[in-house]
Design a protein around this ligand. Structure first.
Ligand code: ARG
Length: 570
């Protein structure tokens, strides 16, 4: 149940009644210290609009009082409205909603969305820089899917640039057998050839020629290029699998996918007076928004931007989506804005279709510098996962060495490591930089993945000890509030839908993590308060087991959204 939405609806109604057309800011907060919900900002609106503040507040309260769920509504200075909810109504809602799949949380209107994420550049192994786009994109897919949207995931891999001309030239020059190459070898070739490209003009010239040849479908170059891509895709798939990311080959629509459309796009943009020819370069100048974007170089080569423009046109035409979401780091903020502007101006996509860029900050090391090796190299994702698993094994599974076999310890440690890495990232505000600290993310306390995973296993084992499980308790038991902590937890359960919707709306995940952490803390307090197993009063015991089961269900749904594995037992 989304109580904030009820309140919002009533505020909107009253503003409409007073004929207030301007969009004012008001705030609805959960403030359990004072009441359950607080409305701020109505006074400000009435002052600005010159209407009787007492009257508008009186009318709003009158309308809100029609809802059974509210027990008491009053005002405190300066015009803050306090709303209290009825305990009996909370119990009723919780008993009813908990039985429904995902608590019945759904979007009213179904959207069709393309989500453009992960998008690593080929010829390099995935590194820490790709973590955020990949896992944030996955969460946004999960949450949209849960709310009932139709989603199309697209992995816009960087498979069509000059870097291929460079590698191909090196491979030809050194007579390397591409069929015998693996990712490690390819990376070495990439680095060496890049260096040579920068140093040796003659080599650089050949590279550009090879890029152009590739773009003109030269057989041999296409053959080598395809092999390079395959090696990379196979490698990336391994990482996706490890990270529990649901992306596969069928989601790959790389830059090369649009290669045959670029010529037409450039022509069309010139025809529409959006692009101009400056000597031999074709570019889009926008004085009003102060940008210059090249779409064709003087040697005829197309660019990243040309591809993105063609790509938006294709995406709209083919899929008739009503939203496209991009996930890249903050450096592409201006670029994306400009590309969106161009495609709308060229009418490749209608104005009303939302083009959204969810950008994110960087991952830093302890010294607040970009997370790189001492030599300045990017740290590979594979390495980070491996290192975290090692830490976990050492910290938590030393004493299990004689009880569990090696594989089991590895399997569990891997799930915890993936949880730790992803949760660390997802619990941070998307737009901010954050510091990576191996030791902190694996702790069984604080706002960490392992702490939440652990709470879930505790819930499962507690239910098992009482000969029951989540589904059974939720279906058969009746829940009622019998102490203060249960009341707080109940209100938090009511908040779940609000949190999910907020995170969906903002393309963020840190709210879900904060909520989970908070709920888990209260679960621990509740759990320590009494020995449920020994309770004599069966009605009470059943009610408490149901509350625990609902918390378990919330954790499970949330971890699904976050793409974090759950642990059944340890
Ligand atoms: N491969 C790009 C990079 O590493 C990100 C691609 C984002 N998607 C897009 N349609 N431009 O920077």
């Amino acid at each position: 149940m989304n109580i904030k939405n009820i309140i919002k609806k009533e505020i909107k109604k009253i503003l409409k009644k007073y004929n207030i057309k301007k969009k004012y800011k008001y705030n609805i907060k959960n403030n359990y210290k004072f009441s359950d919900y607080q409305i701020y900002g109505i006074i400000n609106i009435s002052n600005k609009e010159n209407i009787n503040k007492k009257k508008i507040i009186f009318n709003l309260i009158k309308n809100l009082k029609k809802y059974k769920i509210f027990k008491k509504i009053n005002t405190i200075k300066p015009g803050i409205i306090n709303i209290y909810i009825k305990k009996k109504e909370i119990e009723k809602i919780i008993n009813k909603k908990s039985k429904i799949k995902n608590f019945g949380i759904k979007n009213k209107k179904k959207n069709k969305i393309i989500i453009d994420y992960s998008s690593p550049n080929i010829s390099k192994e995935m590194h820490i820089g790709h973590l955020r786009s990949t896992i944030l994109g996955d969460c946004i897919s999960n949450i949209s899917y849960l709310l009932g949207d139709k989603i199309i995931k697209m992995n816009h891999i960087g498979d069509w640039g000059n870097q291929f001309g460079i590698i191909i030239t090196w491979i030809k020059k050194n007579k390397i057998n591409i069929n015998k190459c693996n990712i490690k070898k390819l990376e070495k070739i990439y680095k060496k050839s890049q260096l040579m490209f920068l140093k040796n003009k003659n080599f650089a010239k050949k590279c550009r020629k090879n890029t152009l040849k590739l773009q003109n479908n030269n057989k041999n170059n296409i053959y080598i290029w395809k092999k390079i891509i395959n090696i990379n895709i196979l490698e990336n798939e391994k990482i996706y699998k490890k990270l529990n990311i649901k992306l596969s080959k069928k989601n790959i629509f790389g830059e090369s996918y649009y290669k045959n459309k670029l010529k037409y796009i450039v022509k069309d943009l010139i025809k529409k007076n959006i692009a101009i020819k400056d000597k031999k370069t074709i570019l889009i100048k926008n004085k009003k928004n102060n940008f210059n974007i090249i779409i064709q170089k003087k040697d005829g080569a197309y660019l990243y931007s040309t591809i993105d423009i063609a790509c938006i046109k294709y995406r709209y035409k083919k899929y008739k989506i009503n939203k496209i979401i991009y996930l890249t780091d903050i450096r592409q903020k201006e670029y994306m804005k400009n590309i969106f502007l161009i495609t709308k101006k060229a009418k490749y996509i209608p104005k009303k279709i939302k083009l959204i860029h969810y950008y994110f900050g960087n991952i830093l090391n302890k010294n607040k510098k970009p997370f790189k090796t001492r030599k300045g190299k990017n740290i590979k994702l594979k390495k980070i996962i491996k290192k975290t698993i090692k830490y976990i094994k050492k910290k938590y599974f030393k004493k299990y060495k004689y009880i569990y076999n090696k594989q089991k310890i590895y399997r569990i440690s891997k799930k915890i490591a993936i949880g730790a890495i992803k949760y660390m990232d997802l619990s941070k505000k998307r737009t901010k930089n954050y510091i990576f600290n191996f030791k902190k993310i694996i702790l069984l306390k604080n706002n960490t993945g392992p702490y939440i995973q652990y709470a879930y296993t505790r819930i499962l084992s507690l239910l098992k000890k009482n000969n029951t499980n989540i589904t059974k308790c939720i279906l058969n038991n009746n829940f009622y509030i019998s102490n203060k902590i249960e009341l707080i937890i109940s209100k938090k359960i009511l908040n779940f839908e609000e949190i999910i919707k907020k995170s969906y709306k903002n393309g963020t995940t840190h709210e879900i993590c904060k909520y989970l952490y908070n709920l888990t803390i209260y679960f621990s307090k509740f759990y320590e308060l009494e020995n449920i197993y020994n309770l004599k009063n069966i009605k009470k015991k059943k009610s408490k087991l149901k509350l625990i089961s609902i918390i378990g269900k919330i954790i499970k749904i949330s971890l699904y959204i976050l793409g974090i594995p759950i642990l059944k037992n340890i």
